[in-house]
Design a protein around this ligand. Structure first.
Ligand code: SF4
Length: 292
């Protein structure tokens, strides 16, 4: 398939959701929580907040790494807020979430890279919201197997860890991360608990070609990833790397077909797909497929 650049379809904003958006923002402010929706300038924010959904970002709003695609602030983060796990649990209850996605900034400054904070958050959310599906979108915890095992003991329902970009572009886009280390994290998660739903994704439009994307899908198949997300990279501000091209819907469709042929259980692909976008819907589809 020839790769071409296309205009991005405009985000549709449903103004009838304004009250719900306001309600979500009020709850988040009342509990003093950060979201990647806001910090990452996600284009789906109106839709997600409008359906009383958000992806909580714990451990502050300052990241210790300097990925070149990301709009989150970089620098020296503040001390952890010990009451944050309880606050997340309270907000999940108030938003009445059937499925919560919890992510974090990368905290290489902490001895345990923040894994105990994740564990505590999962525990508190489960205590207060026993029926809620818990999805965590984790950093690589430095690839430390012991830390990943600690997280596994908390038994989240879904673990996501994004490759973010192809093997070839990793050193340019995520200079402090490693493609092979991220794959190892995913492999360890599945090996430790084959029942867990494992998720990963990349952004397109950063300079990759079709073969690079197929290589990513093959690598993710190899580590038994259950759900793959592919979406268009959109530059959050002028400080991040430029968009190299806009990917057409037909190209996403072609990747979806390829992934299906490879036997990847589920792929979500489209301009505005993000790893936490419609997370509950994709998880339900995955569970249904697994039962068949
Ligand atoms: S897609 Fe994810 S990050 Fe974006 S607004 Fe929705 S929940 Fe937030």
């Amino acid at each position: 398939m020839r790769q071409q650049t296309h205009a991005v379809p405009a985000v549709r904003i449903d103004l009838s959701n304004a009250e719900q958006v306001k309600k979500t923002r009020t709850i988040l402010a009342d509990y003093g929580l950060n979201t990647i929706c806001d910090s990452g300038s996600c284009p789906n924010i109106h839709e997600c907040y409008g359906s009383l959904t958000a992806t909580f970002m714990v451990m502050g709003d300052v990241c210790t790494r300097g990925c070149r695609f990301c709009g989150v602030k970089k620098g020296l983060p503040r001390k952890l807020n010990d009451s944050e796990p309880e606050m997340v649990a309270g907000a999940v209850r108030e938003l009445n979430l059937a499925h919560v996605v919890i992510t974090s900034v990368t905290r290489d400054d902490l001895d345990d890279c923040g894994v105990s904070h994740f564990v505590e958050t999962i525990k508190k959310v489960r205590e207060l919201n026993p029926g809620t599906v818990i999805e965590v979108l984790i950093p690589d915890f430095g690839g430390d197997e012991g830390l990943i095992e600690t997280l596994m003991q908390a038994r989240p329902d879904v673990i996501g860890h994004n490759l973010e970009t192809t093997a070839k572009l990793h050193h340019l886009i995520r200079p402090e991360a490693s493609y092979s280390r991220s794959l190892k994290v995913l492999a360890q998660v599945k090996k430790s608990n084959p029942e867990i739903c494992v998720k990963s994704g990349i952004m397109l439009g950063l300079g990759e070609n079709e073969n690079d994307v197929i290589e990513v899908m093959m690598d993710l198949k190899e580590v038994k990833c259950d759900i793959i997300t592919l979406g268009q990279y959109l530059r959050p501000t002028g400080k991040q790397v430029e968009v190299k091209r806009y990917v057409a819907q037909e190209e996403y469709e072609s990747y979806r077909i390829t992934a299906e042929r490879m036997g990847i259980p589920l792929i979500a692909a489209g301009t505005y797909v993000r790893s936490s976008y419609k997370a509950n819907e994709y998880y339900k589809q995955f569970i249904k497929k697994r039962k068949c």
